[in-house]
Ligand binder design. Structure first.
Ligand code: PHE
Ligand code: FE
Length: 287
């Protein structure tokens, strides 16, 4: 998401978009995409929500090489009316929200280097496109993302961007979803990460808690390592109903004087799928 507030950099349009310049990718960069793709595509079936795998097919993302945004947008437009546009990096909140509200997903165009294969600070094209775009081919998720953008513009005026950012974090980036055979992944931050795709589902360390809008908006998150808590939605339809069809203004007001919850805290009202040991986080912290 977005942290800066200056003007678009040299060469970018007023809405911060830049050309993807697809012809400039080197064979090594395409090979990096193929490597990351093969690794995730081999592991995700049975772990990711089936609509994600369907999205890869609908969008023909299973073909080799870094996707060309023009082509990808054409398919996405047919499926759900979305497009993918390139931006130079993080963009200001209002720019980000405005693109989403207009069914444009902003994506970085650079790809990680071999040294960054398992950890990078800024989202690259593999995270942005492999992680986020397949579910944009799903009509309900597509509506959720647009409504989120509109909600972001509204939250800016209500001083509630941080609350709303937590909703994005714990759903769009790190969400889990219920499935007949157990839990499945759908968050882009998980599905674009080899390590977290295993950790989020199988590791005994993190909490896995039922989605609760107010609770989640009070919960801090970590940007430096695997999450200590994941939230589980019942379905995309339920997520849409609880967000797009709910007026957040009274909720923001209600939450204004409530304390934040730490990344690993469990409260009595939580619907617990798994009470995490937090062994991973504790080991990392050296305790
Ligand atoms: N319904 C929210 C509001 O009243 C907007 C929103 C929709 C937020 C979808 C997130 C997701 O502001
Ligand atoms: Fe992301």
């Amino acid at each position: 998401m977005a942290q800066v507030t200056h003007n678009p950099p040299e060469g970018a349009a007023a809405d911060w978009t830049i050309p993807q310049d697809w012809y400039r990718y080197t064979p090594q960069e395409h090979a990096m995409w193929d490597h990351l793709f093969a690794r995730q595509a081999a592991m995700l079936p049975g772990r990711v929500v089936p609509e994600f795998m369907a999205g890869l097919d609908i969008l023909r993302m299973t073909r080799p090489g870094i996707p060309d945004f023009a082509e990808l947008s054409e398919r996405l437009m047919q499926a759900t009316g979305w497009q993918v546009v390139a931006v130079p990096g993080l963009v200001p909140d209002h720019v980000f929200f405005d693109h989403l509200a207009n069914r444009r997903f902003v994506a970085g165009r650079f790809i990680r280097t071999p040294e960054q294969i398992d950890y990078l600070e800024e989202p690259d094209i593999f995270h942005d496109v492999f992680g986020h775009v397949p579910l944009l081919a799903h009509p309900v998720f597509a509506d959720y993302m647009q409504a989120y953008g509109a909600g972001g513009l509204r939250a800016s005026g209500l001083g509630a961007i941080e609350r709303l950012a937590r909703l994005y974090w714990y759903t769009v980036e790190f969400g889990l979803i219920r499935h007949d055979d157990g839990l499945r992944l759908f968050g882009a931050g998980i599905v674009s990460s080899y390590g977290e795709s295993i950790f989020a589902l199988d590791d005994p360390s993190p909490n896995r808690l039922g989605f609760d809008l107010r609770r989640l908006m009070r919960t801090r998150y970590r940007i430096d390592d695997y999450q200590q808590t994941y939230f589980v939605i019942d379905s995309f339809e339920d997520l849409l109903r609880q967000t797009a069809e709910t007026d957040f203004a009274p909720i923001y007001a209600e939450l204004a004087d409530q304390a934040d919850l730490d990344t690993a805290t469990i409260v009595t009202e939580d619907r617990i799928y798994n009470r995490g040991t937090q062994a991973y986080a504790h080991a990392k912290a050296g305790t």
